[in-house]
Design a protein around this ligand. Structure first.
Ligand code: ADP
Length: 543
């Protein structure tokens, strides 16, 4: 029997139209590239998003078109999120840390028609200009006064908005139409696009709002350290307006001292980010002897949060919630919020639990499987590859049938490439990674791409790149080389081969020589054995 309830499509713009009406006191505080602080309410952000939508329409943007952004966390980027998806186009956030080659690839692959960028990225756009697709319109996210002097044909954000009506007839869209696009690294080859729908985006906002009430509540002041170009700031620009939390946008200033100051003066109650950024903040907290006065929660994810970091925050009275997720999961999959029944645990027991990646959010199912595909028990001991399923998980990659085929198992679950245990209370613990990637400061480096480039050196007979631990960046690449003869390549020669293809920060930190690479039973290079062999390797900048 059919239920008899209305079926209204879920729409991203409704998060903002709701906030404008229901949370009049809440809004955005942004550190601008121009150097000052900007404030606007959600009602003002809605009016400006309407103006922007008119401007986009005037530029010829139509439903389904991709509009790209290359920008820090700030109010104009937020307005782009809502204007683009609200009018039925797709907001494609580009990660400025990608190499020029990767950036050009994704702009072409996405088929972007307009690119909006912050003042910071003017030199980058100038350098890329001659390789950008013909017809791509370029808009600088600033006012006339700050427009850069270049030979490029650039439009000005504030000029586009000026004089446009402050209301827009937001179209009613099927809820499964695309709203946002974010590329993630492939283990090899090109980045792959996760294409979020209006439905998945709104459901993800619900799921994080319900799972993380300490961060997301009416009147909260949340500072997304995690960039808006990195999986939509983990959903904060959507969940914040939904619950009536204000967003404190730090722009490009992410060093410990700047973040501490901003948190202190803006009464920030919660902040979300990757461990590398938290290292800077914890050092600043240690220097000043206290956490910013209103800070009650730090959400740490993207890489494993070290136990010492969790303890440091907790001892300063800041609750730590360790979260795990992926670009392909919108991204939050699990969170480490302890349940009320766990409040009488000892400090030691709580730290142990908080070091794990936490429990699944509502709507995401987890399974761990053995190599032959059989499901493993959730006993906290059996480790297997982690698969996920849910309304906020990708069903494939944008315009990439090959990667789509490889992503899902026979039952339609998505393979995360992480190896994990799950305990009887549902706490996930990430143990290892099957995907051949290195995660440095929250960003990916493909070991296979580095290996392919190094193999082009005539003195390299064979090689492998593995992750080794680094106190600041979490992981850094180490190149292990089997030399062809007595004459050995230098690291500088190898770097020279890689430059231009990879971003500078992605190049290996060091190189070691071995007689042969260890092999698995099936004859592949055993990265596991290599990682174990070099587990205690100390990189040059840490010695
Ligand atoms: P994000 O960095 O936003 O979480 P990515 O798609 O770039 O999304 O990276 C996802 C991967 O990062 C996961 O598959 C896992 O390997 C790793 N990861 C994310 N969070 C954690 C965590 N808390 N602990 C360990 N690894 C993590």
């Amino acid at each position: 029997m059919q239920g008899m309830m209305m079926n209204r499509p879920l729409a991203v713009i409704d998060l903002l139209t709701y906030a404008a009406e229901a949370h009049p006191g809440a809004g955005l505080v942004s550190v601008r590239c121009e150097g000052d602080i900007h404030r606007e309410t959600y009602a003002e952000a809605l009016a400006r998003s309407a103006q922007l939508a008119h401007a986009l329409a005037a530029l010829g943007v139509k439903r389904g078109d991709r509009v790209a952004t290359l920008a820090w966390n700030g109010y104009r980027h937020f307005e782009l999120y809502y204007a683009i998806s609200g009018m039925g186009a797709v907001c494609h956030t580009i990660n400025p840390r990608l190499s020029a080659e990767q950036m050009l690839y994704i702009i072409g692959h996405a088929g972007d028609s307009v690119l909006f960028f912050d003042l910071t990225f003017v030199p980058l756009i100038e350098a890329l200009a001659e390789h950008l697709p013909k017809g791509l319109r370029l808009v600088v996210m600033t006012d006339r006064e700050h427009m850069p002097q270049t030979g490029l044909d650039l439009l000005c954000y504030e000029e586009l908005l000026a004089g446009q009506p402050e209301r827009f007839a937001w179209p009613e869209l099927p809820e499964d139409s695309a709203a946002a696009l974010c590329y993630t690294s492939g283990t090899t080859g090109h980045p792959k696009g996760a294409l979020y729908s209006h439905r998945s985006t709104v459901l993800h906002a619900f799921s994080i709002a319900v799972s993380l009430p300490k961060s997301l509540n009416e009147g909260a002041r949340v500072l997304p350290v995690v960039p808006m170009f990195h999986v939509n700031s983990w959903g904060l620009p959507y969940a914040g307006p939904m619950v009536g939390a204000s967003l404190i946008m730090p722009g490009g200033k992410l060093d410990g001292a700047s973040v501490w100051e901003l948190m202190e003066t803006e009464n920030v109650t919660a902040s979300w980010g990757v461990p590398t950024v938290w290292l800077g903040l914890t050092a600043e907290i240690a220097k000043r002897g206290r956490a910013p006065h209103a800070l009650t929660q730090a959400v740490i994810g993207g890489s494993a949060a070290p136990r010492s970091m969790i303890e440091n925050f907790e001892k300063m009275g800041v609750d730590v919630c360790h979260a795990w997720g992926m670009t392909e999961m919108s991204p939050v999959g699990t969170h480490g919020q302890l349940s009320a029944s766990m409040s009488d645990l000892s400090f030691e027991q709580r730290m142990k639990l908080k070091s794990k990646q936490g429990r699944r959010v509502f709507g995401v199912d987890l399974k761990i499987v053995a190599e032959d595909g059989t499901a493993l028990p959730h006993d906290g001991k059996a480790a297997g590859e982690l698969f996920v399923r849910g309304n906020t998980v990708v069903s494939g990659y944008f315009n990439n049938p090959e990667a789509t085929r490889a992503a899902l198992d026979d039952d339609g679950w998505f393979g995360t490439g992480d190896v994990a245990t799950i305990d009887p209370h549902g706490f996930l613990s990430i143990q290892d990674r099957t995907k051949d990637l290195i995660k440095s400061g929250g960003e990916w480096i493909s070991s296979i791409d580095l290996e392919n480039l190094a193999m082009a050196h005539p003195k390299v007979a064979n090689c492998a790149v593995i992750a080794v631990a680094h106190p600041k960046w979490d992981e850094r690449p180490l190149l292990v080389v089997v030399p062809r003869g007595e004459d050995r390549p230098t690291l500088e020669e190898i770097h020279a081969l890689m430059e231009g293809h990879m971003a500078k920060w992605q190049l290996p930190d060091d190189m070691v020589f071995v007689e042969a690479l260890p092999l698995t039973a099936t004859g592949k290079v055993s990265k596991l054995t290599l990682r174990q062999t070099f587990a205690d390797y100390v990189l040059p900048d840490v010695r």
